[in-house]
Design a protein around this ligand. Structure first.
Ligand SMILES: C[S@@+](CC[C@H](N)C(=O)[O-])C[C@H]1O[C@@H](n2cnc3c(N)ncnc32)[C@H](O)[C@@H]1O
Length: 508
C-alpha cells in the first residue's frame, strides 16, 4: 500500500515489491540514534530521528528485514492513508472512504491505537472510536458482516495519529512488540526489556571485540542480547512466525524466506572469540538465566556464576561490563546506598583498567554512593522509570588522581595503558582466532555454537573443571543437569576457599 491522495481522499494501494515507501520504526526514548544506525546498516534511506521513533524509506523487503534484524525497534509501522479532518464527521467520512476490504477480511480481528495532539481532537480514545465505527460501518453496509475488535491479540493493529487537522493511519507490520524475542522461558523479579538491553549494549559502542560481563545478570537478558550480537544472530531468530505482516494480503512468502535466509546465513560470521559471563547472588534467578540460555542454545557460550558481585572477578582481558542492578523498586534491598557504594568499591578494587563499566539505574540518590564520577550519563526510560545509563572509566589509580595527573601532563597509568577511553571505550584485544564457527546450520531447529576453544561445554579450559568463583569457591549452576553445583572432577560440593564454608546445596 502507498499513500495516494485523490482530491483529498485517501486510497490505499498495493505496492509493487520493489517500490519504496515511508515507514516508521518505534523505539524507546534515548535509542533513536542507535536504531537509525541499525536501519542505515540494512539499507534504509531518508532516515530521520523523531521522538521515540525513526522515519525511513525502503521497499517491502526492507520492511521484512527491519522486523527481523533491528534489535532496538519495538515495531515497524507502515503509513497507508493521510488526510485532513477538521471535525469528527470529517474523520469518519475520510476513514469510511478507505477501501478497507483491500486490507482486512470480514472474519479477522483488528484494533486501533491512537495519539492525538492539537485543539480539534482532544480525546484520542474518541478519535479511535470514530475510526473504528467508520471501518465496521463500511463492512456492514457493503458485505453484511464486519471484522471484530480484539484489543489483546488482534490480527491487524492500526495506529491513528492526529496532529491538529492532519490525520495519518499506519498499519503495524510487527504485531506483538518486537521486544518479545521469544527466548524468555523464565524471568526474574525485574527483567529488563530486551529492546532496552540491546540498546544499552549498542550505546556503549561495543564492537564485539572484548569480553562481556554482567555481575548482576538476573534472568540473563543482557547476556543473551550480547551473545546474539556477538554471533550475528538476528534479533527475532527465536520469535518464530509471529509477525503481523505475514497475515497481510500482500504478504510474499518467497521474498520473506529469501530475506530470512540471507540474515540467517550471517550467523557466526563474526568469529567472536571472547568470554561472555554472568553472575547473580540468587541461584533461583540464575537457573532462569540458564533456562533462557538453554533455549537459545547459547548455554555453552555464556558462563554463569553464583555469588555476590564483589566476590567475582570479571573475565581476564579487556571486558565490557554492563549491568542493571536493583533500583529498590521491584527488588527490595535493605540498604541500597551501601550496595551502590560496594559496587563502586568493586569497580575500583576488582575490575581495573581493562574494564569499562556501564550501569543503568533510576535511583539517583544511591547512584551518588558509587563514589566514582561517571564519564557519561545517558537518560533512558526503563518502563516508566526515569533512568540514567552511566559509564565509568577505570584506571589503575582513582579516577580523580588520574584526571588530575592527565591535566598536568603526568602519566598516572602504567606503561602500555591507554588511559582514558573514547566513545566506544574498547580497544580490540584478539586472543587468536580458533576458527570454529558458531553457525546454526540447521535453521530454527539446529544447535547453536559450542565453545569455540574446546568444542565442549564451558568448563575451565585449563583444569577441565567447571568455572569456580575464584573467591568464594562456589561453582556455577550445572548446565547439563540443572543440579547443585558439584565439582565435576571430585564429585563433591566446592568449599569456599577463604572461609572453608560449603555453598548452599539447593537440592538439600
Ligand atoms: C534488576 S535485576 C537484573 C535483571 C536482569 N537484567 C534481567 O534481565 O533479568 C537485579 C539483579 O541483581 C541481583 N543481585 C542483587 N544483589 C546482588 C549482589 N550482591 N550480587 C550479585 N547479584 C545481586 C538480583 O538477584 C537480581 O537478579
Amino acid at each position: 500500500m502507498i499513500i495516494q491522495k485523490q482530491n483529498g481522499k485517501a486510497v490505499p494501494m498495493q505496492n509493487s515489491f520493489k517500490e519504496k515507501f515511508k515507514m516508521v520504526a518505534k523505539t524507546m526514548m534515548g535509542l533513536e540514534e542507535v536504531l537509525a544506525d541499525e536501519l542505515r546498516a540494512i539499507g534504509a534511506q531518508n532516515i530521520e530521528c523523531i521522538n521515540r521513533a525513526v522515519l525511513f524509506e525502503g521497499d517491502m523487503r526492507l520492511l521484512y528485514r527491519a522486523n527481523y534484524t533491528c534489535r532496538t525497534a519495538l515495531a515497524i509501522l507502515k503509513p497507508f492513508a493521510q488526510f485532513e479532518a477538521n471535525n469528527d464527521q470529517e474523520l469518519y467520512d475520510q476513514v469510511y472512504r478507505i477501501k478497507w476490504e483491500k486490507i482486512l477480511d470480514v472474519d479477522c480481528t483488528f484494533m486501533i491505537d491512537s495519539t492525538t495532539s492539537g485543539e480539534i481532537f482532544t480525546h484520542s480514545y474518541f478519535a479511535a472510536l470514530k475510526t473504528k465505527d467508520a471501518i465496521v460501518d463500511r463492512f456492514r453496509r457493503n458485505f453484511g458482516q464486519r471484522p471484530s475488535i480484539d484489543t489483546e491479540n488482534a490480527d491487524y493493529k492500526f495506529n491513528l495519529h492526529i496532529r491538529d487537522n492532519q490525520v495519518t493511519l499506519l498499519i503495524n507490520s510487527s504485531g506483538d512488540s518486537l521486544h518479545k524475542r521469544g527466548y524468555r522461558q523464565a524471568v526474574g523479579l525485574a527483567p529488563i526489556n530486551e529492546v532496552l538491553a540491546a540498546g544499552m549494549i549498542k550505546l556503549t559502542g561495543w564492537q564485539c571485540n572484548t569480553n562481556f560481563y554482567d555481575p548482576m545478570c538476573g534472568s540473563g537478558t543482557l547476556l543473551i542480547e550480547a551473545a546474539m550480537m556477538a554471533m550475528n544472530i538476528p534479533a527475532q531468530y527465536y520469535r518464530g512466525d509471529r509477525f503481523a505482516f505475514k497475515r497481510w494480503k500482500e504478504f510474499n512468502l518467497g521474498e520473506w524466506k529469501s530475506v530470512k535466509q540471507e540474515e540467517d546465513r550471517k550467523i557466526g560470521s563474526t568469529d567472536f572469540d571472547y568470554e561472555i559471563w554472568g553472575n547473580d547472588i540468587d541461584l533461583n534467578v540464575l537457573s532462569q538465566a540458564e533456562k533462557n540460555l538453554q533455549f537459545t542454545k547459547l548455554h555453552k557460550d555464556v558462563m554463569l556464576f553464583n555469588g555476590s558481585f564483589e566476590d567475582q572477578d570479571p573475565p581476564e582481558g579487556r571486558t565490557l561490563i554492563v549491568t542493571n542492578p536493583p533500583y529498590g523498586e521491584r527488588i527490595k534491598i535493605e540498604d541500597l546506598n551501601a550496595m551502590y557504594q560496594q559496587l563502586g568499591d568493586t569497580f575500583k578494587r576488582r575490575y581495573g583498567k581493562d574494564c569499562e563499566v556501564w550501569l543503568i539505574t533510576s535511583d539517583f540518590e544511591a547512584m551518588k554512593h558509587i563514589g566514582l564520577k561517571p564519564s557519561k550519563k545517558i537518560p533512558l526510560l526503563n518502563g516508566q522509570l526515569d533512568c540514567r545509563f552511566l559509564q565509568f572509566e577505570l584506571f589503575e589509580g582513582s579516577l580523580k588522581e588520574n584526571r588530575a595527573a592527565r591535566s598536568t601532563g603526568a602519566s598516572p597509568v602504567e606503561e602500555g595503558d591507554t588511559g582514558a577511553q573514547g566513545d566506544t571505550g574498547v580497544s580490540p584485544v584478539k586472543r587468536g582466532s580458533t576458527g570454529a564457527s558458531p553457525v546454526n546450520d540447521n535453521g530454527d531447529t539446529g544447535t547453536l555454537p559450542v565453545n569455540r576453544n574446546t568444542g565442549a561445554s564451558p568448563v575451565n579450559r585449563n583444569t577441565g573443571v567447571s568455572p569456580v568463583n575464584r573467591n568464594t569457591g562456589i561453582l556455577p549452576v550445572n548446565r547439563d543437569t540443572g543440579a547443585s553445583p558439584v565439582n565435576k572432577s571430585t564429585g563433591t560440593l566446592p568449599v569456599n576457599r577463604s572461609t572453608g564454608a560449603k555453598p548452599v546445596n539447593n537440592n538439600e
